[in-house]
Design a protein around this ligand. Structure first.
Ligand code: FMN
Length: 433
C-alpha cells in the first residue's frame, strides 16, 4: 500500500546569494549570484516536477559571531552575501505559472504595514502564488542593523510576532473583496463603505489602516514557519499553513507533526490545514553504491568545512563556537537564537556534529531514484504526511535536475506526488490533498 499523496517544497538555502561555491558543478551559480538566473532555472524545473513551492531563505547581516570577525564568513561565503528575496520573487513568478514562491521576512525588521503592503503587492502580481516565511530574527548582528543592541528575548519575539500577524491579517482583510467597483456610469472607482480602517493599538505596534491597495487574489500570503522550540510551535499552530521542520528519523518527524497538529486543534484550527514538510537532502546515484559514495564524501570533514560549520553554527546560535574543543562533548549552552538547534548540540562532540553541518534532515534518502522514492513512500506512511522540503546546502543545477527529473518521476509513478496542478492559487494547491 502506498501513502496518500504528499507535497514537495524546495528550501532555497543561503537565500538570494551565491550557490555551489567551491563545488565542481557550480557553473555560473557563483559569478552571477546577484542575478536571478539560477533561481529561475530552479523554479522552472520545480514547476515541471509539480512542486508546491520554493522557499527563499534570508538573513540580513554580514555575520561576525565566529572569532568576533566577519573574515571567516566572507572567506567561505558562510550565509553571506545575500540580496533581498522580495526582489527575486517577481522574477520567479514571471518565469512560472503555478509554483508558489515563499519569501522570508523578519517580524523584527519590518513594520507590519510595510510587510502587509509588500505581500499584498506580490500576491497581486503573482496572481495568488505568494507565501511568507515568518521569522523573528536570531543573530544580534541582524538587530544591530536595525538600531538595536541585541535581539529581543526569544519568547518575546514570538509574542511580538503574534501581534504582528494579528495586525497584518487585519490589514489584508481591510478591503472587502468587492470594494473595487470600477463603475464608470455611476462614477465610482471603489466603494468607501467596503474599505475599513483597522485602528490597531497593540503592545508593540500601532496602525490606522486600511491597507493602501485592494484585497489580493489569495487575500493573504500563505504563512510558512520554521521554529521548533515550544514557543515557536505554539506560534506555528496558531498561524502557519505550512511548517518546515528538521527531523532525522521517521519517529522524530511523526512526533513533531503530531505535536503541532494537536496544538493546532487546541487553537481551534483544523490540523489538516497545516502542511508539515520535513527537510530532506536526497542523494540520487545511478547505482546505490554511487549514491553511498557521495554520502560518504558529504560527511567527510575537511579543514574548510570545519571553519564553515563552526561559523554557520555560531551565526545561528549567537555563540562563538571557536572557543570549544572539537573532540570534547559540548557543555550546556544558552542561546537567544535558534534554540532547537542548540538543544540538539548539547553533550555532543563538536567534530561529529560538524560532519552534518552541511546536511539537513535524514540520511535515509540515499540510493537510486527508485530506491529513494520507495523510502520516501515508507517514511510518509509512518509519519502520516505531509511531504518533504528539498534542500542541499551547496546545491548546483545538477543537483536540482537529479531531484526534479530523476527522483520526482519515480514518485509520480507511484502516485505519491502530483503530475499537474489542481488549482490556480498556491494555497488551494497546498490544501488539495
Ligand atoms: C528549514 C528551516 C528554514 C529556516 N529559514 C530561516 C530563514 O530563512 N531565516 C531566518 O532568519 N530563520 C530561518 N529559520 C529559523 C527559524 O525561523 C527559527 O528562527 C529557528 O528555527 C529558531 O526557532 P526556535 O528557537 O523556535 O527553534 C529556519 C529554520 C528551519 C528549520
Amino acid at each position: 500500500m502506498s501513502a496518500d499523496r504528499f507535497h514537495l517544497g524546495w528550501f532555497y538555502s543561503k537565500g538570494f546569494g551565491p550557490k555551489a561555491w567551491k563545488h565542481p558543478w557550480a557553473g555560473s551559480a557563483v559569478d552571477r549570484f546577484t542575478k536571478p538566473d539560477m533561481a529561475v532555472d530552479l523554479a522552472r524545473a520545480m514547476e515541471r516536477a509539480g512542486f508546491d513551492y520554493l522557499m527563499i531563505e534570508d538573513s540580513s547581516n554580514v555575520p561576525y559571531t565566529f572569532q568576533g570577525s566577519h573574515d571567516a564568513y566572507l572567506r567561505n561565503s558562510v550565509d553571506t552575501p545575500k540580496l533581498d528575496p522580495t526582489v527575486l520573487a517577481p522574477f520567479l513568478v514571471a518565469a512560472t505559472k503555478h509554483l508558489g514562491v515563499v519569501v522570508t521576512c523578519s517580524t523584527t525588521e519590518y513594520h507590519p504595514f510595510m510587510l502587509a503592503r509588500k505581500m499584498n503587492a506580490l500576491d497581486h502580481v503573482s496572481d495568488g502564488r505568494i507565501g511568507w516565511n515568518v521569522v523573528t530574527g536570531s543573530n544580534d548582528g541582524g538587530a544591530q542593523n536595525y538600531g538595536r543592541e541585541r535581539q529581543f528575548p526569544h519568547d518575546e519575539r514570538y509574542d511580538m510576532a503574534d501581534e504582528f500577524l494579528e495586525l497584518t491579517h487585519r490589514l489584508w482583510d481591510a478591503w472587502e473583496p468587492d470594494a473595487v467597483v470600477l463603475d464608470l456610469e455611476a462614477g465610482v472607482f471603489a466603494d468607501g463603505s467596503k474599505v475599513h480602517p483597522v485602528d490597531f493599538e497593540g503592545k508593540y505596534f500601532r496602525c490606522r489602516g486600511p491597507l493602501s491597495s485592494p484585497r489580493s487574489p489569495q487575500g493573504s500570503p500563505v504563512i510558512c514557519q520554521a521554529g521548533g522550540s515550544a514557543r515557536g510551535r505554539r506560534f506555528a499552530a496558531q498561524w502557519a499553513e505550512t511548517i518546515i521542520a528538521n527531523a532525522e528519523t521517521p519517529e522524530q518527524m511523526k512526533a513533531y507533526r503530531d505535536d503541532v497538529r494537536a496544538r493546532a486543534a487546541d487553537a481551534g484550527r483544523n490540523p489538516d490545514d497545516i502542511k508539515v514538510l520535513f527537510l530532506a537532502c536526497p542523494i540520487i546515484g545511478d547505482t546505490r553504491a554511487d549514491a553511498e559514495a557521495r554520502l560518504t564524501a558529504d560527511l567527510t570533514l575537511t579543514d574548510d568545512r570545519i571553519e564553515y560549520g563552526l561559523a554557520h553554527m555560531s551565526r545561528l546560535s549567537g555563540i562563538d563556537f571557536s572557543k570549544f574543543d572539537l573532540d570534547e562533548p559540548l557543555p550546556k549552552l544558552k542561546s537567544n537564537g535558534h534554540q532547537s538547534m542548540v538543544k540538539a548540540l548539547e553533550g555532543k562532540v563538536l567534530r561529529d556534529m560538524l560532519k552534518r553541518a552541511q546536511r539537513f534532515g535524514s540520511d535515509l534518502f540515499v540510493g537510486t531514484a527508485e530506491d529513494v522514492a520507495a523510502v520516501m513512500d515508507e517514511v510518509m506512511q509512518e509519519v502520516g504526511g505531509d511531504g518533504f522540503l528539498m534542500v542541499n546546502s551547496y546545491f548546483s543545477r545538477r543537483y536540482v535536475m537529479e531531484i526534479c527529473d530523476g527522483l520526482v518521476p519515480e514518485l509520480q509513478k507511484r502516485d505519491l506526488t502530483r503530475t499537474h496542478y489542481e488549482h490556480e492559487h498556491f494555497r488551494d494547491n497546498l490544501l488539495a490533498f
